[in-house]
Each structure stands twice: as structure tokens, then as C-alpha cells.
Design a protein around this ligand. Sequence first.
Ligand SMILES: [Zn+2]
Ligand SMILES: [Zn+2]
Length: 251
Amino acid sequence: MPLSNVIAAFVAAFLITQVAIFVTTVYLHRALSHRSLTVSGTAAVPFRIVIWMTTGMRPREWVAVHRKHHAATDTPDDPHSPKQVGFWRVQLGNVGLYKRVAADEENTNKYARDIRPDALDKLALDYSLLGLGLGVVILVVTMWTLGFGLLTGLLAAGLHAVFYVMLSGAINAIGHTKGTQPYGNSATNLQALAFITAGEGLHNNHHAAPTSARFALNQAEIDPGWWLVRVLVKLHLAQVRHEDVHLKSAA
Ligand SMILES: [Zn+2]
Ligand SMILES: [Zn+2]
């Protein structure tokens, strides 16, 4: 494969991963899990389709796993604590840790009973492989239309999977081990990680103020996910629950 095609695959994978990461943090995390903003139906449907085709995950399962993480942070019940199972197990094995808890229907009913499957879920979005398959087909056809070979699209799809899985693992592993801890909880802030995870690297801030739609709590901090929230608010596609920061007393 020519070098130009390899570079094109990296660029395409990087862009797709960033789209998936932005939708994960703003929609799955900030809106659905913590209700720190409300997203209108007009924006929610494309967000759900993006999650379906770029990750295959079901929002209610993601929410249940994540709420359990907040309810049991760094205890034996935490679905993905580097302090319990080790840094590398979370960094490299995050998918397995996630799947185990996501498959636990009792856990989903306990933590995400406010998110019920609707007609769109039953018709299509609950079928993970269908979404991922469609995503790969669209990517391969797009790359082919742009003049690259079919293999370039497949390489881009594979790279996207690796990037997304590694960045999600990093939020859970690095975000609970490396960086600063301005607030009294076990998570950490790392601006470099926040730049490539749409703000998720400001994880100590997030555990301190989980209902804040903005993760940057101090002037020097930058939260790219908040920029998307601002755009959605400007377009009347979302409403922020509260602009002032409500600090939680403990993690
Ligand atoms: Zn955390
Ligand atoms: Zn959270």
C-alpha cells in the first residue's frame, strides 16, 4: 500500500475517533449519565447513530457502567479501577472490563432505568454488529470515492477501533493514576489527555463536580467537549442544567 494511503487511513481514523469521542463525552457521559445538559431529539438521534456506527455500544449500558463507576469509585465494585485491578489491565483490557458489566442486565436496570429502549433501538440500534458493519461499509466506500483503495478504508476502520479503545482505556486508567488532584477525590487531571479526549482528561474536576457540563473548572484548563456543548446551546439543540459549578463533598 502506498505511503499516501497509509497516511490517509491514519487521518480518517483520527477524525472518526475524535467524532466518536466528542459524542461519547457530550451525549453518553455529560447528557445521559449525569444529566448535566439536556439534548433535544433533533440532536439525540444523530448522536445515537454515530455511537452505534462508530462503537456499537448501547447508550443505556454505557450509562449503567459509568454510573456504577461513580457510585463505587476505586472500590472492588468499580467496573474499571486501576487501583483495584492494575493500570495495564484497565489501559489495555478496558473493553473486556466494560463488556462484563454492560452485559449485566440487573446492573443496567439498577443504574439506567431512566433510559428504556425505544422503537429505534428495537429496530436497529440494539444490533451492535449491524451498526459497526454499516460504519465500516460507509467508511470504505467514502475512502474509495476519494480515490483510495478498499484496503485503505479497512485500515482506517481498524485504526479507529484501536484509537477509540486505547483512549477510552486511558480515561479510566490514566484518569485515576496520573496527573494533578486539585479536589479531594481519587481521579486525576491531565491536560494533555484532555486535549485528545474532548476534555475527559480533566477527570479529577469531573469527579468533584459530576453535574457540571463543563469539565474545565479553573482558568488555565481547556475542555474541548465544552465547545461542542456551547455550539449545541447556540443552535438551541441543548440546554445546560446549571452554569455555576456545584462541587460534591466527596468522590
Ligand atoms: Zn472516574
Ligand atoms: Zn462521569
